[in-house]
Design a protein around this ligand. Structure first.
Ligand code: DGT
Ligand code: CA
Ligand code: CA
Ligand code: ZN
Length: 583
């Protein structure tokens, strides 16, 4: 469903007790920050507490028409719970979010700062961000505020330090946005010949520890100064003559390395491969009498330095073809390169359509037409529209009547948009008892059926595997969508029996999805194993709005990390080929 936060851009419809409680607690905080009468905030917190402790899935009970009796929940708050359970959103919550500045709400993350203190800080000192709070505390600006003291000031400073040290790796979607912006501006600096992301971002790892940038320059000092002077830089950790490390405000560390254009090749190799890949290359160089570093190949006999301006030249010196960054992880790519067996990896250009998209008919934001036109503008030949089936109550899943109406709308649009095609699909719920959400005769009428598990996630590994297998083995199911159920940094994968699923997928031809939303599911190692087992995969955006269609790029990145070639990936087929393959 369309929710604003990165962690929930997942299309997942179930709202957990924890999430319900979080929203109600946040309402309590916001009411207090806004200076509302205290009992209102208390009422929300009390219900939040009850929801959190409730032994069953509260949203599910609402959807079943059996709302639980929760202490403290009168008619008004019960109606709000119902709205959340049905739609996954709450208009009242959104209204408050629009009234309270994000930065003020964020102050509550600091241990010791509650809503009342946040309100005081905002009203008396205009503090509306963690940064502003830090500066005020550092300059002794808090101790004179009524109700605060030198002691509070000290506690707040320590608290801010503690939260900034919390380590979560950044989702690649967010890292890409940050880096594109930085690179765009640094490229303009005089004397910058080339500048590229390196490290885990260039390997397209799903999460990024810090951002690495490499620049080939005439004047190292100029680009280093340009980075350090950017307004969003919070701190300069270290600045040398050929390297600078900074921390972005509320963001990750950025390491900028600089080199001469003549030594670009070895530098880029050095700062891209993981340790195992780089060690393998250095070993091969040593066998040839060279010591390889970012600076170049140093001839051990005479100390001379061989420079390479291009990566391909570095690999060529070692007798290797260029290896795609996504593979540089020291798990077989060097051996494959030596044997001439590197895969011809699938690329974005190979992709012809998107096998998982939503519209405003269920939990998407845009109309079918708007989604289709946007996909066409991206160069797609088709999309599979896969709105939800009914049992996923939070998404207003489509009843059989609505499915028919949607079919008519798609036919109308296809006449208008040809040769672009909208294939009529469904994201079919695999119910907790392993049955499917539409009867077979209805499934037969869809062009493409993708099936997924959203509910009943707490079952045993055996039960969960049985459900996934039931879908894979079903003659009308074409794709198992986001098979592991994970969401990066948010939700762990289901404990499924993967070898059994891969065997069944390979045998039946049911494709396994690589989902490019922040789920990034299957992950690269599972997708690689699936490919090896002979299963077919697909890459899909799971877009719920036009802007999310490009999420499919992340699925392609993962497919590449999984060593997949175009013919292993369903979305590289034309619409006709796809339909024929699935028939
Ligand atoms: P991350 O940041 O945890 O997501 O993962 P990486 O792979 O980006 O790790 P990072 O930032 O420590 O290193 C950046 C690149 O530099 C990575 O491709 C490995 C490479 N590298 C080669 N030699 C060294 C070294 O001596 N120190 C570090 N820090 N990196 C090196
Ligand atoms: Ca890094
Ligand atoms: Ca780094
Ligand atoms: Zn979906």
């Amino acid at each position: 469903m369309p929710r604003p936060r990165a962690a929930s851009r997942s299309g997942d419809a179930v709202i957990s007790n924890a999430e319900l409680a979080r929203i109600f607690n946040e309402i309590g905080d916001m009411l207090e920050i806004m200076g509302e009468v205290v009992y209102k905030a208390v009422a929300y917190r009390r219900v939040a507490d009850a929801v959190e402790r409730y032994p069953d899935d509260v949203a599910a009970l609402f959807r079943r028409g059996e709302p639980p009796k929760l202490p403290g929940a009168g008619a008004a708050l019960t109606a709000k719970l119902a709205e959340l359970a049905e739609t996954g959103r709450l208009a009242y919550h959104e209204k408050l979010r629009a009234q309270v500045p994000d930065g003020v709400l964020e102050l509550l993350r600091v241990p010791g700062v509650g809503p009342r203190t946040a309100r005081t800080l905002h009203e008396t000192l205009g503090i509306d961000s963690l940064d502003a709070l830090r500066s005020a505390a550092e300059t002794g600006g808090l101790r004179h505020v009524k109700g605060l003291s030198e002691r509070t000031e000290q506690n707040i400073l320590e608290g801010i330090t503690r939260i900034s040290q919390r380590t979560t790796r950044l989702l690649i979607h967010d890292a890409d946005a940050l880096i594109a912006d930085l690179v765009g501006r640094l490229r303009e600096v005089r004397g910058v010949h080339r500048i590229e992301p390196a490290g885990s971002l260039r390997r397209r790892r799903p999460t990024i520890g810090d951002l690495d940038l490499l620049a080939a320059v005439d004047d190292p000092a100029a680009v280093i100064a340009a980075l350090d002077d950017l307004p969003e830089v919070e701190r300069v950790l270290s600045a040398g003559t050929d390297k600078s490390s900074i921390v972005l405000r509320d963001g990750p560390q950025v390491d900028l390395m600089v080199c001469t254009p003549a030594a670009w090749g070895t530098h880029l190799v050095h700062f891209t491969g993981n340790a195992d890949h780089n060690i393998a290359l250095r070993g091969m160089a040593l066998d040839r009498g060279w010591s390889l570093s970012e600076k170049g190949f140093k001839v051990i006999d005479d100390g001379s330095l061989l420079l390479d301006a291009e990566e391909a030249d570095v690999y060529e010196r070692l007798g290797l073809p260029w290896i795609a960054p996504e593979l540089r992880r020291g798990d077989g790519e060097v051996e494959a390169a030596l044997a001439g067996k590197l895969p011809a990896l699938v690329t974005r250009d190979d992709v012809r359509g998107d096998t998982h998209t939503h519209s405003d008919w269920t939990d998407g934001v845009d109309t079918i037409e708007v989604m289709a036109r946007a996909a066409r503008d991206l160069g797609h030949e088709y999309i599979v529209l896969t709105d939800h089936s009914p049992s996923l109550g939070t998404t207003r899943g489509l009843t059989p009547d609505r499915v028919d109406q949607q079919g008519a709308e798609i036919a109308r649009l296809n006449a208008e948009l040809a040769p672009f095609r909208i294939l009529h699909g469904t994201e079919l719920e695999i119910r907790a008892d392993a049955s499917l959400d539409y009867p077979d005769e209805m499934l037969a009428r869809f062009d493409v059926v993708i099936a997924s598990i959203h509910t009943g996630r707490n079952q045993s590994p055996e039960q969960l595997t049985r459900r996934a297998l039931a879908a894979i083995e079903h003659p009308h199911v074409d794709v198992l969508a986001h098979p592991s159920g994970r969401i990066v940094n948010t939700r762990d994968p289901l404990p499924l029996d993967w070898p059994r699923l891969f065997e069944a997928a390979a045998r039946t031809g049911t494709a396994l999805e690589i989902n490019g939303s922040p789920r990034l599911d299957l992950d690269d190692s599972l997708a690689r194993a699936a490919g090896r087992a002979g299963a077919r995969l697909t890459v899909a955006s799971d877009a719920h709005r036009t802007e999310e269609l490009t999420q499919q790029h992340y699925a392609v990145d993962l497919a590449r990390r999984a060593w997949l070639e175009p013919d292993q990936v369903l979305a590289t087929r034309t619409a006709d080929e796809l339909l024929e393959l699935l028939a």
